[in-house]
Design a protein around this ligand. Structure first.
Ligand code: ATP
Ligand code: MG
Length: 350
């Protein structure tokens, strides 16, 4: 797999094996947005970087009042990632809460993070709007915990969807502030956001981001494990507009067609002009949807094939996660030791 077209916050990707870190919330099965925004890049980056991928179960709690399904979702995410092609021997796949050093670093970083920066974040304001009955302390601190995740592993680069852009900016700010106050400690990470597929919109409502936990409609998202006929049905029913023009556009009225074209772009790697020329002869949106369904189904096919091979292998997945936590734990402890030392904590009595 070749590296997708990525937007970097600074400079080009390192060619030596730097380290990549990314995480995802175990709040449900992975969808096409997760795939195009994150997982596809997780897989592609393995050849160039040492990759550390975390199932961030603590992060999931900020929007779950009850933890029903947490255990199953955590295990399923490991399955989905392995099915997508992440190679666990060279990389680290682990469960966030199995490496508890992150919670200590979170507390330390919270002391160098201005509260106003957190409460000003549009993502925080949006969550307050969505769950006014559950505006918990963890919701405000979410980006600080995310910064702790990334900085603990000295990540050079962080592949994420566009919705995480501001959280990455905050991570960089926090790291720079810490380094300034206590001396060079943290690597300043770069966001890697795909130029197409970085923000896949809901098929049922193209004005909102496709999401695992923020919809109740069965036509909102295509999941990695949707059988071909279900995936096709969802795409054929995608909300569009009443026009006929098949071209990329920023017009909110045409967000549905633009979303389908971006999915097609991300999966085929073709240029926008090539894609528009290709669809110029189409008879209407039905043709576009049908071709988008074809490329989506083709992309899901090998993932579903691998999923069938590993789905019963509970021991294998357990061993991947156990080994991952052990390797992640060693990196985390050495970072935390350095942080404690820089800050002047007294050494623990052994
Ligand atoms: P939730 O609704 O529970 O927050 P989610 O669908 O937003 O779930 P996350 O686990 O929060 O998924 O995010 C995992 C990764 O997928 C992140 O890198 C995020 O930026 C990316 N991502 C999530 N949704 C999309 C999307 N619609 N398009 C592109 N990337 C996405
Ligand atoms: Mg999310």
């Amino acid at each position: 797999m070749t590296l997708p077209k990525l937007e970097m916050q600074t400079g080009p990707a390192k060619t030596t094996r730097g380290r990549v870190f990314s995480g995802a919330r175990p709040t449900g099965r992975q969808h096409l947005g997760n795939y195009l925004g994150a997982i596809k890049n997780y897989v592609a980056l393995q050849d160039e970087y040492q990759c550390v991928y975390s199932i961030v179960d603590l992060h999931a709690l900020t929007t779950m009042e009850l933890t029903k399904g947490l255990r199953e979702n955590t295990f399923d995410m490991a399955l989905d990632w392995l099915a997508a092609g992440i190679r666990p021997d060279e990389n680290i796949i682990f469960i966030q809460s199995h490496v508890p050093q992150v919670t200590e670093l979170h507390t330390i970083l919270s002391m160098v993070t201005p509260l106003g920066k957190l409460t000003d974040l549009p993502t925080f304001k949006e969550k307050v709007r969505q769950q006014p009955h559950n505006v918990n302390y963890g919701l405000v601190g979410y980006p600080v915990l995310m910064a702790a995740d990334i900085l603990l592993y000295h990540a050079d680069a962080v592949p994420v969807g566009d919705d995480q852009r501001q959280h990455l900016e905050l991570t960089r700010d926090v790291a720079q502030r810490f380094n300034h106050l206590f001396g060079e400690t943290f690597t300043i990470p770069e966001a890697m956001i795909p130029l197409s597929g970085g923000r896949v919109m809901g098929l049922d409502d193209p004005t909102v981001k496709m999401s695992k936990s923020e919809t109740s409609s069965e036509y909102h998202a295509v999941y990695l494990l949707d059988p071909p006929d279900r995936a096709r049905k969802k795409i054929m029913r995608a909300v569009t507009d009443s026009g006929r023009d098949i071209s990329f556009s920023n017009d909110p009225e045409r967000a549905g067609v633009n979303n389908l074209l971006e999915i097609y772009e991300a999966l085929t790697g073709k240029s926008r002009s090539e894609i528009e020329a290709h669809f110029a002869a189409a008879r209407g949106y039905g043709d576009l949807k049908s071709e988008v369904a074809d490329v989506v189904i083709a992309a899901l096919e090998p993932i579903q094939q691998r999923y069938r091979e590993i789905t019963g292998a509970q021991d294998y997945v357990d061993s991947v996660l156990a080994k991952g936590a052990e390797r992640a734990g060693a990196i985390a402890q050495s970072t935390l030791d350095a942080v404690r030392d820089k800050m002047g904590f007294m050494k623990a009595y052994s």
